[in-house]
Design a protein around this ligand. Structure first.
Ligand code: T4K
Length: 371
């Protein structure tokens, strides 16, 4: 094993920064125009480019992924019950509560780690207005069944796709266009970032225009219309996004290369049940599921000694969810762990991490084999 401990901490995520010259070009435009926000030229350009790159019908840029979720819920007048997953980041449940609705948690499917349609079906009540699945680690699952369920019960289907940025070639065809809306996050720690930022993908021009108005105080044609908010992206963030978009394909290829290196080096675990690799189709994360929490904590500790910091995405379950009712999500949350994956690390880092994991896990493996 690599005996030299890293001087600089290796974190689970690390932002991709744009080329300075490219960024400066966009910043120069801002200086010339003196236009900083309120649907400026660069926001419009980024919106157009992302709509094409992601191949989606309509896309509205927002201040962050959380505001994109809130916007979707407001757009469809959701204020009662929303069925969602307990295995997600804090923002999902909080966005639901923020608009005055109640999150109702249904269990996840043990293979996809996403909302299980059968469990959703069991939770539908006369108060249910929407289903809100999360594309965990960029995974998309059960879209056809969820669309069918939503149609049958006249519910809105809003996806939390904060982790699922990527062109159609990386996903199932309808990854970002299933249901009524999909919220994306462009936070600093995401594959594609605008520092803070997000977007809402929509299906119709009517929804698009209403969303544009809602993020700008409900203004329509320059006049107040309905109650809105301020959830606009600004020109500096759009400049960052436009510059980052220029190297996004390279970023994805590099993440793929690191993912392959992890897979190769952890292949010797493939026949053991000690840890399982979980696919992140857009290379957003490198998630593992350990056999139990004890093993996870042991590896986490061993990595920390090497100055490496993985993360338990997502632990604990969403507040308000009751673990006993959600056995699959509880187990998955206890045992899931993301290793570092980003453009500021190398294949040698992957080797060091895998060696550390092997050393931490194998004594337990030998012990189990004897029993
Ligand atoms: N839905 C889902 C399913 C989500 O995953 C998220 C966000 C949302 C909704 C909401 O989208 P946003 O409103 O955030 O756009 C991080 C991100 O802050 C959060 O955006 C993301 N999910 C979540 C999965 O991860 P934390 O609490 O883990 O962040 P933090 O500050 O601990 O950073 C994570 C790692 O990245 C650390 O090792 C430090 C490193 N880092 C962080 C920042 C901000 C850097 O190296 N540089 C940086 O600039 O939530």
């Amino acid at each position: 094993m690599n005996s030299k401990i890293r001087e600089k901490a290796l974190l689970v995520q690390s932002p991709s920064l744009p080329d300075r010259e490219v960024l400066n070009g966009y910043i120069d435009e801002i200086y010339k125009s003196r236009w900083l926000t309120n649907n400026g030229h660069l926001v419009q350009e980024l919106e157009k480019k992302l709509t094409g790159y992601l191949d989606v019908p309509y896309l509205v840029l927002t201040a962050n992924g959380t505001s994109a979720l809130q916007l979707a819920l407001k757009l469809f007048n959701i204020d009662k019950e929303v069925i969602t997953t307990p295995f997600t980041f804090a923002a999902t449940g909080q966005a639901i509560e923020w608009v005055g609705a109640k999150p109702v948690f249904a269990d996840i499917d043990k293979r996809s780690l996403c909302l299980c349609p059968k469990q959703v079906s069991n939770k539908i009540s006369p108060h249910t207005q929407a289903i809100l699945p999360v594309n965990v680690y960029g995974r998309t699952a059960h879209n056809t069944e969820l669309e069918e369920l939503a149609r049958r019960h006249n519910l809105k289907l809003i996806y939390d796709g904060a982790q699922s940025f990527g062109p159609p070639s990386l996903h199932q065809k309808t990854a970002l266009t299933s249901g009524d809306a999909t919220a994306l996050s462009f936070h600093a720690t995401k594959i594609f970032n605008t520092v803070e930022g997000g977007a809402l993908i929509l299906k119709s021009e009517e929804d698009y225009l209403k969303a544009q108005s809602l993020i700008n105080f409900g203004y329509q044609d320059g006049k107040p219309g309905h109650v809105g908010t301020n959830a606009k992206m600004n020109e500096i963030e759009a400049a960052f996004g436009l510059a980052n978009l220029e190297h996004i394909n390279k970023e994805i290829v590099y993440r793929k290369l690191l993912t392959e290196a992890y897979k190769d080096q952890l292949a010797d675990f493939s026949n053991s049940n000690l840890l399982k690799l979980t696919k992140s189709p857009n290379y957003a994360y490198f998630p593992l599921q350990f056999i139990d929490e004890q093993m996870l904590l042991k590896v986490d500790q061993a990595l920390k000694v090497q100055n490496v910091f993985g993360r338990r995405y997502f632990y604990p379950l969403q507040p308000g969810s009751v673990a006993d009712d959600l056995p699959v999500a509880s187990r998955v949350a206890r045992n899931s762990y993301c290793l570092p994956l980003h453009c500021n690390m190398t294949k040698d880092d992957v080797t060091m991490i895998c060696d550390t994991i092997r050393t931490a896990v194998l004594p337990a493996h030998a012990y189990r084999a004897q029993c």
